[in-house]
Design a protein. Structure first.
Length: 201
């Protein structure tokens, strides 16, 4: 079991070697109560060919990551990207702009051109949790994220949990079980479109 855990963590570490050459995005360290409240009331909808998933955010523990995801989604950054790594019994990973390219050898190595500071917290990596993928350095996350399809406590406090699927986990189950190649990339691409829904006054 220990060997399997080490291997799985290594797979997440693999996602992006290029981030080491990018600059850290200046992280806003002091979010106001109003900003935290607004992000907590904001939802994301991930549309796929298998259906939709709705996410809630945890800005009280990871405001920088929530802010980053919402900002990228509003720009349309995630639209057309794919879930490029699916591991049954574990998770589905997506959010890499390189996944728009048919050349799968580059999938899992892209990002937004910057990295963000880690916000490790006490939220457990249970089924439905949304967390940020990263390379070996704690501050190497950028745009790639993963959704746990099973409880994965060995990831706790090593990856930044910033949200949770509130509906549509059956969609994640379909995605994780789609036929895949040796790199765990689906044979038939699973594209996403992300919409941000903010609470109206």
């Amino acid at each position: 079991m220990k060997l399997l855990t080490t291997f799985v963590v290594f797979l997440l570490f693999m996602f992006d070697f290029a981030y080491g050459e990018t600059k850290n995005q200046p992280t806003k360290k002091n979010y106001t109560k109003e900003e935290i409240k607004k992000m907590s009331e904001t939802k994301a909808i991930i549309e796929t060919k298998f259906g939709t998933m709705e996410l809630k955010f945890f800005p009280e523990v990871a405001p920088g990551h929530v802010d980053n995801f919402i900002t990228l989604a509003k720009k349309g950054f995630y639209d057309g990207t794919t879930f490029h790594r699916v591991i049954p019994g574990f998770m589905i990973q997506g959010g890499d702009p390189n996944s728009k390219n048919p050349d799968k050898s580059k999938h899992g190595m892209g990002g937004p051109g910057y990295t963000i500071k880690a916000e490790f917290n006490e939220k457990a990596h249970k089924r439905g949790i949304v967390s940020m993928a990263r390379a070996g350095h704690p501050d190497s996350a950028g745009s790639q994220f993963f959704i746990c399809v099973n409880d994965s406590p060995f990831l706790d406090r090593q990856y930044t949990v910033f949200g949770e699927v509130t509906s549509g986990m059956e969609v994640a189950d379909k995605i994780v079980n789609t036929p895949r190649d040796k790199a765990d990339n689906p044979l038939d691409k699973v594209e996403m479109k992300v919409k941000i829904i903010e609470k109206t006054k």
